[in-house]
Ligand binder design. Structure first.
Ligand SMILES: [Zn+2]
Length: 266
């Protein structure tokens, strides 16, 4: 078991202040967790909306392409139709059989072109109808998502604001305590907290470290009880304290789980 010598201050007083800070830090960790959860919820909603908006943009661009294709095809069809009209006019004024045949062939060719073009336009029309139906569905999803998320978003924002306000208050309380804390023990505490993100000043319960639940020896327990120096759990490095110590009675370190504020400050 490692030990830590602290100046003349009473170890119990030193630990009592650190324990008060620890309770604030546990609340802060809880706040951060809640905040992260709310932010994730908000992130999910926004991701769904962003995805729908992206799909809508893609569809819009596809529809634009289809419409452009359609316009071009219609222009081409018009040209073919004009060509056919011209060929028909020529046909009536032709005298020679060979020329007539050549023209007929050209007309048959143009007819085929016209059929192809008409088919292509019809296909484009079908495609456009499908795409427009799809974009309509996307828009409906987007509308309903936006509508249903508005309430939730407001709720989350409200909670986040509340968490931020309460977090600020916690920080202020903490600052006031840190000034009173033994700097050496406080820096050890902060290092441990950073590593464990959990309570690092813990009572001995049933001869076990209540942080890691590993049994301690009677000698370890005695050292903690004597409270002459800071004692660390040799298994998890947490700072140990003894809850039955008389000096802890009526303080935040009282044996019950419901810790009260300290009555006196030194
Ligand atoms: Zn331990």
């Amino acid at each position: 078991m490692s030990q830590h010598q602290v100046s003349k201050e009473s170890i119990l007083d030193v630990l009592a202040t650190i324990l008060d800070i620890q309770e604030l830090d546990m609340q802060m960790i809880q706040f951060m967790r809640l905040k992260k959860e709310r932010e994730n919820e908000l992130g999910n909603i926004n991701a769904i909306k962003k995805d729908l908006m992206h799909k809508k943009t893609v569809k819009e661009s596809e529809i634009l392409d289809l419409k452009t294709n359609m316009r071009l095809s219609e222009g081409e069809l018009k040209e073919i139709q004009e060509k056919i009209k011209k060929l028909e006019q020529q046909q009536s004024s032709i005298k020679k059989v060979e020329e007539f045949n050549a023209l007929s062939q050209e007309m048959a060719h143009a007819d085929r072109d016209r059929n192809h073009k008409e088919q292509a336009i019809s296909d484009l029309n079908d495609k456009l109808a499908i795409e427009e139906e799809m974009i309509k569905n996307i828009q409906e999803s987007l509308d309903s998502t936006t509508e249903s998320s508005r309430v939730l978003e407001n709720e989350i924002f409200e909670r986040l604001t509340k968490i931020n306000v309460e977090g600020k208050q916690l920080l202020k309380q903490r600052e006031n305590l840190v000034v009173k804390a033994n700097p050496e023990v406080f820096s050890v505490y902060e290092r441990l907290l950073k590593n464990k993100k959990d309570r690092v000043v813990v009572p001995i319960e049933n001869r076990c470290c209540s942080g890691c639940h590993i049994a301690l020896t009677a000698q370890d327990e005695n050292l903690v009880r004597k409270a002459e120096r800071i004692v660390f759990c040799e298994h998890c490095s947490r700072i140990l304290y003894w809850v039955q110590s008389e000096e802890f009675e009526g303080t935040t370190v009282a044996p019950t789980r419901q810790r009260r504020r300290r009555k006196t400050t030194s």
